[in-house]
Design a protein around this ligand. Structure first.
Ligand code: ZN
Ligand code: ZN
Ligand code: FE
Length: 317
């Protein structure tokens, strides 16, 4: 188990030999249900627990491959946690009450702060993989947190472009995008007092919506209590739209993009949520195939305006 440096793409790869040998769980057993080994039988609505098969660890083993100037490695130091959204095994985030979703947001904020304080944690990445089609093996509603010892490459790119924009224009790149999307209106799906959800002009996934706070801020912990409620409410709104449009429990990857936790200032960054749902139509999967994976260029087979309209018109109840 170690981090290996890719000298061509100049990024870290998380190598964990042990994780590939994760045991298959017996049918009908859920490690996230109340009363199982790591989960108290009662007295909680949301819970974070250590990931039993972490790819980053606070006490990583020393790498047991050789390194040299070309092939560098370093210990997989970090933290992997699981966030259990509810004691209810059969629910999904979309089914939960606003109060329950608010409790998840509070826990996310707590974990961001707590993990971010660790000297070796440079970035706290909060996310959810949902659905068997994404490779999730446990149905119990849950998300995950990776506390990285480095700033991951996509975040780095966002930081670089927003820093450049800030320097050249004296404005937040994301605030400008929000304003532009609200003006254009055709790609906006829903909004409330504090948050807006749209499929950007430059969307990468057919249903790859973004959610932004309207106020310029860099992390969950900067949200007021009212804003956290607005966040819970818009999350539920878009998730219901997904489920209703497809008439199924809609699978997705959902990630929170917050500022790094390396104690440097990031005044130009703006917190947001991104979704990457694997569907492009009912029972049609969007593959990141050769052009996306091998060239890094996305092909979008519809228009974001049409996909946004579908979601806008999809019921929320
Ligand atoms: Zn369960
Ligand atoms: Zn902003
Ligand atoms: Fe982002």
């Amino acid at each position: 188990m170690e981090l290996r440096w890719d000298p061509i793409l100049r990024e870290w790869i998380i190598v964990s030999g042990e994780r590939g040998r994760r045991p298959l769980l017996p049918e009908g057993f859920c490690p996230f249900c109340p009363g199982s080994e790591e989960v108290p039988a009662s007295g909680w609505t949301v819970l974070s627990i250590p990931n039993r098969f972490p790819s980053l660890r606070a006490d990583p083993p020393l790498p047991n491959v050789k390194s040299d100037k070309l092939y560098r490695h370093r210990p997989s130091k970090g933290v992997c946690e699981v966030v259990i959204y509810t004691p209810k095994h059969d629910a999904t985030l979309a089914d939960l009450s606003i109060e329950n979703i608010r409790a998840i947001i509070d826990l996310w904020a707590d974990r961001f702060e707590d993990l971010g304080k660790k000297e070796y944690v440079k970035y706290v990445f909060i996310f959810e993989n949902k659905g068997r089609i994404i490779g999730v093996t446990l149905d119990h509603p849950h998300g995950q947190i990776y506390a990285f010892p480095f700033i991951p490459p996509l975040i780095k790119r966002e930081l670089e472009s927003s820093k450049r924009y800030w320097r050249r224009n004296g404005q937040c790149l994301f605030c400008e995008i929000i304003e532009k999307e609200r003006d254009d209106a055709v790609r906006v799906i829903c909004e409330n007092e504090d948050f807006v959800c749209f499929l950007p002009f430059f969307a990468r996934w057919p249903y790859g919506v973004h959610i932004y706070p309207k106020r310029h801020l860099g992390a969950l912990i900067d949200l007021t209590s009212n804003e956290k409620n607005s966040f819970a409410s818009i999350l539920k709104q878009i998730l219901r739209k997904f489920d209703n449009l497809f008439n199924m429990s809609f699978p997705y990857m959902m990630v929170l993009h917050q500022r790094p936790t390396d104690n440097k200032p990031y005044p130009y960054y703006h917190f947001h949520v991104e979704f990457y749902p694997p569907y492009r139509e009912k029972s049609k999967i969007k593959y990141f195939a050769s052009v996306e994976t091998g060239a890094g260029t996305v092909t979008f087979d519809y228009t974001p305006e049409i996909k946004a309209k579908e979601l806008r018109e999809s019921p929320e109840t």
